[in-house]
Design a protein around this ligand. Structure first.
Ligand code: PMP
Length: 427
């Protein structure tokens, strides 16, 4: 595969943008290939400026659940953009979107913001304002955006960095515990009695690779929070509208106090949201005294793309059945391919989110994810991408499927994975 033009543009960009990207993961820092510079996306395919075509399993990090440039989403943007770009004033589409999201995800109230980071920041401030407590509990390997309070032992692109510029005074109030380990949560509560405003968790982690929480674990978190007066926040920026219309919480039968959304909720445009119980949500300004604001929040173009996406999912819940069966097939194919090779591996999958780990047989937390063979994953990612299967460049991310993927796309994935398995030898 030739990436000459991509390399040229990427190198030129580095002159003006640090690292050539506006979000670190895009730079392929782990890999020895240049990131393809993308010029077009249609359905489950993306195209780069060198003329290469890829089947996309990144999907804007999970946002494009209907595939790229879904005609209904494109039309809804076109319709609104003629008359409405931004006002910083109320618009009717905000009402439509809020009603749709609340009814679909079954929450009382919602506030729209511009990103997942803003959503989680707002949720935590709300929890602190509501409870009058100042500490939060987060889990190693979970990523909740790039605010200081969340970066301690975070997954995603943070996992392989030594961080600078973090305000230690603020971070002191973040307590990091182990995912799926109740003892470590109980210890944190014991050591910080009456000080914990909230426990924030990805109910299915996507930022240490896919790692599902155990049902009893989430249920126990709910009980501890109830007992000790802390809020439970589910960060469903990835899982919201991906695992079901009600997100991951439908799979676990656990109701958090607050939920954060991002990615899918904006239909591919910059959007996030925090939602949950009325009693807590109404503490947000101007109704209450927990301040949060945004010049562009609830932007009509974003609301319109998000509305069309969520409405399409709501009206076609079969999409989730389809995604499950497709993802199940992909998991089965990959398990077969790697079982027939001499590679040790483990596949974690929940719905249409999936990760392959090499060199380990089980991954249940960040520590275990980090013990996987990162070098093998790097080779896998390079091989797949250069053979037209666009997957995340890092082990600490998830692969995704969209409703635009077909069985033949999954078969192609398996074929390329098979040739990779033949290509590598057990390290
Ligand atoms: N929470 C989770 C679970 C995420 O995966 C991400 C981003 N990948 C965020 C929060 C932050 O979202 P954003 O990048 O839109 O700020």
């Amino acid at each position: 595969m030739r990436l000459d033009k991509s390399k040229e543009v990427f190198d030129k960009t580095k002159r003006y943008i640090p690292g050539g990207v506006n979000s670190p993961i895009r730079a392929f820092k782990n890999l020895s290939i240049t990131p393809p510079v993308i010029s077009k996306g249609k359905g489950c395919r993306i195209f780069d400026i060198d003329g290469n075509e890829y089947i996309d399993f990144v999907l804007s990090w999970g946002a494009m659940i209907l595939g790229h440039c879904d005609p209904d989403v494109v039309n809804s943007i076109k319709e609104v953009v003629e008359d409405q770009i931004a006002f910083g004033a109320p618009t009717e589409i905000e009402y439509e979107m809020a009603k749709l999201v609340c009814e679909t995800a079954q929450i009382d109230m919602v506030r729209f913001v511009n990103s997942g980071t803003e959503a989680t920041m707002t949720a935590v401030r709300l929890a602190k304002g509501y409870t009058g407590k100042k500490k939060i509990v987060k889990f190693a390997g979970c990523y909740h955006g790039h605010h200081d309070i969340f970066l301690k032992e975070a997954g995603s692109a943070v996992a392989e960095l030594r961080l600078k510029g973090i305000d230690e005074d603020i971070v002191q109030n973040t307590i990091v515990v182990e995912y799926n380990n109740l003892d470590s949560v109980e210890k944190a509560f014991k050591e910080n009695k009456d000080e914990i405003a909230a426990v924030i968790i990805e109910p299915v982690a996507g930022n240490m690779g896919v790692v599902p929480a155990k049902k009893e674990f989430l249920q126990a978190l709910r009980e501890i929070c109830n007992l000790l007066g802390s809020l439970l926040i589910f960060d469903e920026v990835i899982t919201g509208f991906r695992l079901s219309l009600k997100g991951a919480r439908a799979l676990y039968d656990v109701e958090p106090d607050l939920i954060t959304f991002g990615k899918i909720i904006g239909g591919g445009l910059p959007c996030g949201a925090v939602g949950g119980k009325k009693e807590i949500m109404q503490c947000l300004a101007p109704q209450g005294n927990v301040f949060q604001a945004g010049t562009m929040s609830g932007n009509p173009i974003v609301m319109s793309a998000g509305y069309t996406t969520v409405k399409k999912l709501k009206e076609n819940p079969d999409i989730y059945t389809y995604l499950e069966s497709l993802a199940q097939k992909l998991e089965g194919y990959l398990a077969k391919v790697f079982s027939n090779s001499n590679l040790t591996f483990c596949i974690n999958r929940v719905g249409s989110m999936l990760t392959v780990f090499f060199g380990v047989e089980k991954v249940e937390n960040f520590e275990m994810a980090r013990m996987s063979n990162l070098d093998q994953f790097k080779k896998f990612a390079e091989y797949m991408i250069t053979n037209g299967i666009y997957i995340p460049s890092s082990q600490f991310e998830a692969m995704f499927l969209s409703s635009a993927h077909m069985e033949s796309d999954i078969e192609r994935f398996a074929e390329v994975a098979e040739s990779f398995a033949k290509f590598v030898k057990k390290p």
